[in-house]
Design a protein around this ligand. Structure first.
Ligand code: PMP
Length: 377
């Protein structure tokens, strides 16, 4: 456990809790959690499931109805054919999908390529006894993967390549050309791939999402991870899923049966409804407006800049002029102005001199955050 750090985001949350308990008003620009309520028809589906008595353990793979809805979603949205009986697993959030994939596929001493910056994959890899090896996303190239850095990181111990697009924390969307280059490296070096596509539905004009597993030769070496949390504002329901060839599902389900057994049954029924709906569309429209608002405000602050993000709900700008250290800046902004953001280095060394801002709040609240930031500066 000495190898497993406490999450840097958690420290910020805890300080926010302390400050709020002491009566301070904090503007939350740190949290990757949409502020919307879950759409009513999805809640109704869970209520109906409760009334119908769907309150028991389910299969480790998930209820049949949801596995079929997941397989149809993969076919409709991603052009990926997965057999609902044997190639789809429903998980307790995408977090568990990532966890069981890494635990199932990574042996002690195996190396796993993870983007720098990235979400928490490094800790998952260490929990499995593996070695995370970072490859660089290039800030001067819209945070696309630096293919040379990926190639240089590959050794004969490399087992798995992790790709996340649309990307947390930068909002970048993997370009077709880089996806092909990653595909070539994975196939040539016989790597497995974990493609985390949880932000898939949150893509703005100019960007388009294509599942990595659709690239030639990748389907049978890739685990595609997705979930309901982000697009349907269902973070608390804990509902994720993955699709993969049967040979990879086998080790994953071995782990899955000893973690949470199954995703919450009511959440599974709610997700059947969510995946078959267009209920994410108004949420994505709001994110699009918030994104433009945030980019506009960033533009006005000397020293702050970032490549225009095409997806997810994050920006990853440089810190304002006059500050050298993103950690110091984050803490003083929180304590002196009541605005919470995340220091970029929580996500890797490419985050040096940067912060992550999530535009998961209303425009009014986001405006308040930027007004305070400017007053503080
Ligand atoms: N992948 C990425 C890139 C994320 O940002 C998150 C949530 N922050 C997840 C997976 C996990 O989402 P959940 O467990 O809520 O489905």
């Amino acid at each position: 456990m000495d190898r497993i750090p406490f999450s840097g985001i958690r420290e910020i949350f805890e300080e926010c809790d302390r400050l709020e308990a002491a009566g301070n008003d904090i503007v939350h620009l740190e949290i990757g959690r949409p502020d919307f309520d879950t759409p009513d028809p999805i809640k109704d589906a869970a209520k109906d499931a409760m009334d119908a008595g769907h309150v028991h353990y389910t299969s480790n793979y998930g209820i049949q109805e949801l596995r079929e809805a997941v397989a149809s979603t993969f076919a409709r949205d991603n052009d990926l054919e997965y057999d609902p009986n044997g190639e789809v697993v429903v998980t307790t959030g995408a977090t568990e999908a990532v966890f069981v994939t890494i635990m199932g596929l990574v042996d002690s001493g195996d190396e796993v390529l993870i983007p720098d910056p990235s979400w928490t994959y490094g800790a998952h890899v260490k929990l499995a006894g593996g070695e995370p090896v970072q490859y660089r996303l290039d800030p001067d190239d819209g945070f696309q993967p630096d293919i040379e850095s990926v190639a240089d990181a590959i050794t004969d111990r490399t087992k798995l390549l992790i790709v996340n697009s649309p990307h947390n924390p930068t909002g970048s969307v993997l370009s077709h050309e880089r996806a092909q280059a990653l595909r070539d490296l994975a196939v040539d070096n016989d790597l497995l791939v974990l493609s985390d596509e949880i932000y898939e539905k949150i893509v703005y004009s100019g960007g388009s999402h294509r599942s990595l597993a659709t690239y030639d030769g990748l389907r049978n070496r890739t685990v595609t991870v997705n979930g309901a949390s982000k697009a349907y504002s269902m973070t608390g329901w804990r509902l994720g899923y993955l699709g993969a060839p049967e040979s990879l599902i086998d080790p994953i389900v071995r782990v899955r049966q000893y973690t949470t057994t199954c995703a919450p049954s009511l959440s599974q029924w709610a997700a059947v409804h969510a995946l078959q709906s267009n209920l994410h569309e108004p949420l994505v429209e709001s994110f699009a407006e918030r994104r433009l608002y945030v980019l506009d405000r960033i533009d006005d602050i000397p020293g702050m800049s970032c490549p225009q993000p095409d997806g997810a709900f994050y920006v990853f700008p440089t810190i304002p002029d006059g500050f050298n250290d993103e950690v110091e800046f984050t803490w003083s902004l929180l304590r002196e102005a009541g605005v919470a953001v995340v220091p970029g280095t929580v996500f890797g060394s490419t985050g040096t001199g940067r912060i992550r801002i999530a535009y998961t709040n209303s425009i009014n609240r986001t405006r308040e955050g930027f007004d305070r930031l400017e007053a503080y500066l």
